[in-house]
Design a binder for this molecule. Structure first.
Ligand code: MN
Length: 201
């Protein structure tokens, strides 16, 4: 049973001007599709075939580099598309807002910490808002296609929001201006989906 590239819930141009159309086309259709196909090739005929992606990532230290990189790439991008929306932006409400205020002091303080994590990740990787093992929220970043679900993660937890800071995620529109891309990402964050993931975590 193979993993499938998820469809986007919006058009490629729907996140303009924050995330440009061409980047979305290449990022979803080429990069995410590539991770998906390579993950399937890496698990075909092994005992990982048929396991959930969460299961695979939770024991990723036992698997090959191809499973780690492409399994992470498959999961991370699936989450990434879902936490963006053309109707996004603004601030969270309800329980999630209260948890963010409790963990970081305020939404602005959270944003500062998240932007710092995304901005200081050297090279390629991701920044995350996670529900930690003790149920509290934390911000962290991971290299390459790693994520907090992996047993190799320095910041274990359940990611509920993530931003891709690989250059392929922003270079066409922002070139080397990663901080501008991270700031723009806040205009498209789908806080309803982040709240749904928070409640489920
Ligand atoms: Mn990417």
């Amino acid at each position: 049973m193979a993993f499938e590239l998820p469809n986007l819930a919006y058009a490629h141009d729907a996140l303009e001007p924050h995330i440009d159309t061409r980047t979305m086309e290449i990022h979803h259709g080429k990069h995410h599709n590539g991770y998906t196909n390579k993950l399937n090739a890496a698990i075909a005929g092994t005992d990982l075939d048929g396991k959930s992606i969460e299961d695979i990532l939770a024991n990723v230290s036992k698997h090959s580099g191809a499973v780690r990189n492409n399994g992470g790439g498959f999961y991370n991008h699936s989450l990434f598309w879902s936490v963006m929306s053309p109707n996004g932006g603004g601030e969270p409400t309800g329980d999630l807002a209260a948890a963010i205020n409790g963990a970081f002091g305020s939404f602005e303080d959270f944003k500062k910490e998240f932007k710092a994590a995304a901005g200081t990740r050297f090279g390629s990787g991701w920044a995350w808002l996670c529900v930690g093992k003790d149920g509290s929220l934390c911000v962290c970043s991971t290299p390459n296609q790693d994520n907090p679900l992996m047993d190799v993660a320095e910041c274990p937890g359940t990611p509920i929001l993530g931003i891709d800071v690989w250059e392929h995620a922003y270079y066409l529109n922002y070139q080397n201006r990663r901080p501008d891309y991270v700031e723009a990402f806040f205009n498209v964050i789908n806080w309803e989906e982040v709240a749904r993931r928070f409640a489920a975590a």
